[in-house]
Design a protein around this ligand. Structure first.
Ligand code: NAP
Length: 283
């Protein structure tokens, strides 16, 4: 009898530019697993049908924009990682019971610690208050970091501060994106994380922070990975800062999903190599 075959998928819209299939399929090949990861472009109005089908056809799936919040009501259970942040990026199918997790925040923490060493207690400025920023800020606060959130829409940052207060009893500071305000916050910080979409293709020359606002004591992570070397990372290098690119977080969140689905140790080097190759368009 042939060995069982497992199907995994990415549910979102659009998904055509995603690197996740390349990352997971490289991992399956490396571990000689009979499994395939496919991107399923899910038009508005089809999410519940795709999730229903996933109970029979898949062992689990990832969720991306715009469904990370909407998918929650279609699942049977939420892990604390998802219920805290109120967003799901990974679903595990346990014999027909769909359990939602969020690996974005923990993925970002692993990427930071792998590249910069321990981060607990650091003073961190996070640019952005959207979905990715929210997951990252929750994880930073749980690591005992002091967090300043700078966002274009201040009310969105205030909403994030309110859920953090309610769920973790934690306080963060909120600022806007004015250069003077940002520079002052950065001067007393250890780490800057860009969790906005600023700098992403098709606007690779955009950045909220330039070299003159940074000093070498501040490490800089950009979670944008298209392009890989964003303008922010180039500005940070100019200022002598240590940098972490967006592929690192992408691969670590994928590795955490892989472990949840398969219970096997993810082949990190293989996944990182596949992500780089796919990001550089060599696939
Ligand atoms: N590396 C990874 O693993 C990973 C994982 C998830 C996401 N990402 C990337 O992270 C980025 C954000 O994703 P998301 O899911 O958090 O998106 P989102 O929920 O739509 O949030 C977007 C954020 O960017 C800000 N923003 C957008 N355009 C801006 C502009 N012109 N000036 C200033 N701020 C601006 C928004 O500010 P307002 O609140 O004012 O609108 C908001 O804070 C995307 O580029 C995504 O590809 C990377």
């Amino acid at each position: 009898m042939s060995r069982p075959f497992s199907l995994y998928m990415l549910v979102g819209n659009p998904v055509s530019g995603s690197l996740s299939p390349a990352i997971h399929n490289a991992a399956f090949r490396a571990l000689r697993m009979r499994a395939l990861y496919v991107a399923v472009e899910t038009p508005q109005g089809y999410l519940s049908q795709v999730v229903s089908a996933s109970r029979f056809w898949t062992k689990g799936f990832n969720v991306t924009i715009p469904y990370k919040v909407d998918v929650m009501s279609l699942l049977d259970r939420l892990d604390r990682s998802a219920s805290l942040v109120e967003a799901v990026n990974t679903v595990v199918n346990r014999k027909g019971v769909l359990v939602g997790y969020n690996t974005d925040g923990e993925g970002a923490m692993r990427a930071l610690e792998k590249n910069l060493g321990p981060i607990s207690g650091m003073r961190v400025v996070v640019l952005g208050a959207g979905g990715a920023a929210r997951a990252i800020v929750f994880s930073l606060v749980q690591k005992g970091c002091q967090v300043v959130v700078a966002n274009r829409t201040v009310s969105r940052a205030e909403a994030l501060a309110a859920i953090l207060r309610k769920k973790l009893g934690a306080e963060i500071r909120i600022i806007g994106l004015r250069k003077r305000e940002l520079k002052k916050a950065l001067s007393g910080s250890d780490l800057l994380i860009n969790a906005t979409s600023v700098g992403m293709l098709p606007h690779p020359e955009d950045t909220l922070v330039t070299a003159d606002m940074l000093s070498p004591e501040v490490s800089v992570m950009d979670i944008v990975y298209k392009p890989l070397r964003t303008r922010l990372l180039r500005e940070a290098e100019k200022a002598g800062c240590r940098t972490v690119d967006g592929l690192q977080m992408l691969v670590y969140q994928a590795a955490l999903s892989f472990k949840l689905w398969t219970r096997r140790d993810p082949p990190l080097h293989t996944m990182m190599r596949a992500a780089k190759r796919a990001a550089e368009g060599r696939e």
